[in-house]
Write a protein that binds this ligand. Structure first.
Ligand SMILES: C[S@@+](CC[C@H](N)C(=O)[O-])C[C@H]1O[C@@H](n2cnc3c(N)ncnc32)[C@H](O)[C@@H]1O
Length: 204
């Protein structure tokens, strides 16, 4: 495995570690970027038989591959796969009901590399996710910086998250600062106890 691939896997593992600390059987989670289904399978394992995972992707290939993997693992009934932009996740779920939302930005590995997540819809999706998560819920975002347009998305995301009101949210950034070639960055947003807030009040 190449060095950067190892780093990517490590960052994704950290995202999973944070989610695993919080999610309990019976809860609702969202995979905002289904891709090849790795995170969807992981979440389906955590929520158990009584929980539910909602998975979003704009590509039919990603949805179908993930459906097949879930079926092979006997986990299909725990997951609702939706071919729609994650920017629309608020149409499918009630505010304050979701324990964890995972984003793994960029393009579908093994697919069309020109079909990537984009700053506008990513920020809309994050805004929606902030409304959906319950108190003590969390959002993880793995953000890449290597492909075309990635740095713009990373900058937009960093600026957006830096403005979240610290009364309501903690935002952690996990960054491999001693590595070359702009490795991926993990953001973890956790919602504190207390009143939920709209986008207007969430920004300081
Ligand atoms: C890096 S891959 C996700 C990897 C995946 N989490 C896994 O475990 O295999 C990024 C995915 O985001 C999807 N994507 C791009 N724009 C999207 C959008 N607006 N809404 C939902 N998914 C999107 C792409 O189609 C691609 O499958």
């Amino acid at each position: 495995m190449k060095r950067n691939q190892l780093l990517t896997n490590k960052i994704v593992s950290w995202a999973k570690w944070f989610v695993q600390q919080e999610v309990k059987p019976g809860e609702i989670c969202v995979d905002a970027t289904v891709g090849n289904g790795n995170d969807t399978l992981f979440l389906a394992g955590l929520v158990g038989r009584s929980g539910k995972v909602y998975g979003f992707d704009i590509q039919t290939a990603a949805i179908e591959k993930t459906r097949q993997r879930l079926a092979e693992n006997g986990l299909l009934e725990r997951v609702c796969l939706i071919r729609d932009s994650h920017a629309c996740m608020g149409k499918y779920l009630e505010p304050g009901t979701v324990k964890a939302v995972m984003f793994n930005l960029g393009y579908l590995p093994g697919g069309d590399h020109s079909l990537t997540t984009l700053p506008g819809s990513t920020l809309q999706a994050l805004d929606a996710a902030l409304q959906l998560i319950m108190q003590d819920g969390l959002i993880t975002v793995v953000c890449y910086r290597g492909h075309e347009g990635a740095l713009t998305e990373f900058k937009a995301l960093s600026d957006f998250l830096a403005e979240l009101n610290p009364k309501f949210y903690n935002v952690l950034r996990l960054d491999l600062i001693n590595r070359p070639n702009l490795p991926p960055v993990l953001f973890v947003i956790s919602k504190k106890h207390g009143k939920g807030c709209s986008l207007e009040t969430a920004r300081s």
